[in-house]
Design a protein around this ligand. Structure first.
Ligand code: DX5
Ligand code: ZN
Length: 222
């Protein structure tokens, strides 16, 4: 089994001090920094855009894992690349031309990801599989942190892993991930765990390392 990677989502950080929060989770052992971009159109919430990501960028050398919950996404891909995102993930449901979006991300020199809402089947991405560096399985309906993990997604995680086959594609899970369910998630085949509220709980930076370690250790018990 591949090493488990933990990607704290700054959606649950204190937005008044994002630089400090990014540094805190970096020091606390985060592998990637997960950035949830929401437009109030594709999802019923609004967060931040490329300018804010650019301002966070100097605070960590870790992978910036950008999850675009925006429609359309294509007109903004270059801005997110310029802002310093390393992985750019678009939603399969956010546009009509997923194949084109994925090509555009790679043409910008970035890793290309696709995210699937809970109701979207894995078969949707069968024919773009060779354009993917990452599959992000949403285990909640996107828009908010702190929601409950949808158990039916475990089957979909396993399907994503099977579809990826031997390809070097990350299988990432986002939504409701905790130390209590992460073993089942890892067992199903995911290796990148996004965690917002479980890491940034109470915005108590002194607990971030403990929170990340708890998820990492629990994932190892498969
Ligand atoms: C939800 C976001 C998630 C969110 C996860 O739309 O994509 O990344 O931050 O938060 P938790 O871990 O609290 O469910
Ligand atoms: Zn996310």
């Amino acid at each position: 089994m591949a090493d488990i990677l933990i990607a704290p989502s700054v959606l649950s950080a204190d937005f008044a001090k994002l630089g400090d929060e990014v540094r805190a989770v970096d020091t606390a052992g985060a592998d990637w920094i997960h950035l949830d971009v929401m437009d109030g159109h594709f999802v019923p919430n609004i967060t931040f855009g490329p300018a804010v990501i650019k301002a966070m960028r100097p605070h960590s050398k870790k992978i910036f894992d950008c999850h675009l919950m925006i429609a359309p996404a294509d007109p903004y891909l270059a801005a997110f690349a310029d802002a310093g995102c390393d992985i750019i993930t678009v939603h399969a449901e956010a546009g009509h031309h997923l194949d084109r979006s994925l090509q555009a991300i790679r043409a910008l020199g970035k890793k290309a990801g696709v995210s699937l809402n809970p109701a979207t089947p894995i078969s949707f991405i069968e024919h773009v599989i060779d354009r993917l560096d990452l599959i992000l399985i949403m285990t909640v309906n996107p828009g908010f942190g702190g929601q409950a993990f949808i158990p039916a997604m475990l089957t979909k995680i396993a399907q994503a892993k099977a579809l990826a086959g031997g390809r070097p594609i990350h299988i990432e899970v986002d939504g409701g991930v905790t130390a209590d369910n992460v073993a089942a998630i890892a067992k199903a085949g995911a290796e990148v765990m996004v965690a917002g509220s479980a890491v940034f709980k109470n915005n108590d930076a002194s607990a971030y390392a403990k929170n990340i370690t708890a998820i990492r250790n629990a994932a190892a018990h498969v």
